[in-house]
Design a protein around this ligand. Sequence first.
Ligand code: SF4
Length: 192
Amino acid sequence: MAVDKRLKDYGLNSERVMWPDKGPGVFEQELGNLEQRLMLTTVAKAVAWAQSSSVWPDTFGLACCAIEMMSIVSARYDVARFGAEVFRSSPRQADLLIVSGRVAHKMAAPLRQIYDQMLEPKWVIAMGACASSGGMFNNYTVLQGVDRITPVDIHVPGCPPRPEALVEGIVRLQEKIKAGVPPAYEIRGVAS
Ligand code: SF4
């Protein structure tokens, strides 16, 4: 069986070799802590982090769910904590479309136009049963789910979902963005 030789057995007689209990030198300690001392990341991760913390919703409401959506900017729910309090009046300045309520067939084309006017990357939250599936309105006037006309990233269940549920949806969206999950239109491979 081979016996490991120590460096001093090869004639190396530096102080550190002769004193094995001395522990790592200052340089070695600094090297070991290097990753903790530096913020190591990639540009893609940094951009994803910035995007996830500055999601600006479009000012767009359709029905009763919109009342719940409006309240998330109030002091009680304070969606500003997540960087999403800036509701924009122009879709060109927004990157999140919260579909809050049932989508009548009459509204389908304007909704799609607003979505088309938003710059990429952009995300869609279907808020409530009606936006997700038509809800109780199983009839010829209401679109049976907004994902028939736009890709949807997050579905928030409920009728209406409480504001906390919508905030939860926004937080889940943030997690997806940070994790590098592409927007739904890329995953579905449909025209954005
Ligand atoms: S899910 Fe309920 S609260 Fe929301 S739009 Fe439909 S009926 Fe109204």
